[in-house]
Design a protein. Structure first.
Length: 238
């Protein structure tokens, strides 16, 4: 049996590896400029919110403003007038109920006043999905109910949302995170849309590269073993 030279083995291995790399890049490039959605996709989905939607809104005294029963009562009256004015609207986002317990102010240590507010006709949640060879990105956009509250010279607003897991990024501050359940609470203090983004690796790409590399590794192993066998045959034990 003729022993293949070391240079020939190296050249064969290099050619196989280059072919696999070229194939991997070719498949990736083809997916980027085609409808192959596992590596290249942009889609949007919509999810309805509960109607009515009940949540707690926190009131924070503005700088230099005392936290008084009078201020809270005046704010409650503004909201109730707004509820009356929008009662006839059937398809627009609006406030439909408010539960404001003034006795809560008896606690002098309170830093924020929670008010239970019920909203109706909130727009759908938008989820944008973007897929690339290296990552998958989900961007969730939620209508911010704080934009429905009346402007007020006494209080700033805050609203929290709890999610089952911590997100990659958001346009709000992370308030707390439960170490046991992994649930995370975020708070928004402005009227901007609520945006949550999650990033995931596109696991299909490394799997594809491994699949393409498997034949190359098999050929390399075979040629290496054959080379070693031929070398032993050419140098028998004395």
């Amino acid at each position: 049996m003729k022993k293949p030279s070391s240079i020939k083995l190296v050249m064969i291995v290099i050619v196989i590896l280059l072919a696999d790399i070229a194939l991997a890049f070719g498949l990736t490039a083809a997916s980027m400029f085609s409808d192959w959605k596992i590596f290249n996709d942009e889609s949007t989905e919509f999810y309805a919110q509960a109607n009515p939607y009940e949540t707690i809104v926190f009131l924070y005294p503005e700088d230099g403003v005392d936290f008084t029963t009078q201020n809270l009562t005046a704010w409650q009256a503004d909201v109730e007038r707004l509820i009356t004015l929008t009662a006839g609207q059937t398809d627009m986002p609006k406030i439909v109920d408010i539960d404001c317990d003034l006795t809560f102010l008896e606690n002098e240590a309170v830093q924020a006043y929670p008010v239970l507010i019920t909203f109706a006709n909130l727009p759908e949640v938008t989820v944008d999905k973007k897929v690339s060879p290296l990552k998958i990105e989900y961007t969730q956009t939620v209508f911010n109910p704080l934009s429905l509250l009346p402007e007020n010279g006494h209080f700033d607003y805050g609203i929290t949302y709890m999610f089952e897991r911590r997100h990659s990024s958001s346009n709000a501050a992370l308030v707390t995170e439960d170490e046991n359940s992994g649930a995370s609470v975020y708070m928004w203090t402005n009227t901007d849309p609520i945006i949550i983004t999650d990033l995931y690796p596109n696991r299909l790409l490394p799997y594809l590269l491994i699949l393409l590399a498997a034949p190359a590794l098999g050929v390399i192993t075979y040629l290496t073993c054959r080379y070693c066998d031929c070398k032993k045959a050419a140098n028998p034990v004395q």
